[in-house]
Design a protein around this ligand. Sequence first.
Ligand code: IPM
Ligand code: MN
Length: 345
Amino acid sequence: MKKNCVVGIIPGDGIGRDVIRAARIVLDLIDQRCGDINFEYRDMEVGEASVEKHGVAFADVTREGIEECDVVLFGAIGAPHDFVVLSGIRYGFNLFANVRPIRAFPGVDVIHPDADIVVIRENTEGLYRGIGYSDKDYHVNLRVFTQAGMERIIHFSFDWAQKNNRKKVTFTHKESILLHTDAVMKKLFYKIAVEYPAIEAEDMEIDACAMRVVIKPETLDVIIAENANGDILSDVGGGIIGGLGFTPSANIGKNLAVFEPVHGSAPKYADKDVVNPTATLMATKLMFDYLDRGDIATLLQQSISDVLLEGKIRTYDIGGDSSTSEFASAVAGQMDATWNDCIKT
Ligand code: IPM
Ligand code: MN
């Protein structure tokens, strides 16, 4: 009997619509070819489309819809709804780990073709928790770490490194200044690292690590970063592998995972069918990894790689003039052509 898998589909704002349309082209092909999973898609709105339909950017009906999903594919969200929507999803469902792989595709002209880094951004605490106050001339945002929050992201990072055959985990910090958060967490990091003797543990100041990403990415592997630091570091990483058109992410919690590109909603390109959907297609790849379908994930990544390497169909950001949907269709076509060689069912 076919396994049922409920996939929430949330385009969001701006180019979120374009990249999710592209992902649907690939998902439809997978749906058609995959013999043992029955995909059920649930379309939901957030952001502007939700304001029009439900009066708010993140509605209760969307929250309830997400609760019923096994996984969710999400496009992008822009101002002014970004905090409401992203906190509704990331904090609301306790998706504490934001996994952001930084890896170049062959054939794309980038600063560091050999970079292969994974930023694991703590996704629910830190500076972006949004706690603070203003009092006369005092304006405060608190950087909050909890014991449970620190432990779970450190464990997650080592577990993820282990499962994905990575060799090293780097904890980033500014311990000399942030005595109550980073200094405490660094101790905990090394305490937990002992449980993973096969994986090297090191620490690095966050500013030094940002420079290292730019000049010597080959010396980095898996990086743990506080929420705001991870946000910045993953964009720096995107910069060395061709930009945010290539940077996917997985927001992972205990019972749910939401997959999205790292980029924002880029309103000026919205609905023009021109942006690069690779980040979203790679987020879809991460979704199949999460669903324990490494075979489909690998085929999808290989097909993206083949299309990019062939170079005939490219979006404007990498020197071509193909559309978003042409690129996605080429990837789907490549998957279709090689499906029987790679997938058993
Ligand atoms: C990201 C984005 C968001 C974030 C913004 C839109 C709030 O930059 O996912 O990286 O900072 O988390
Ligand atoms: Mn960001």
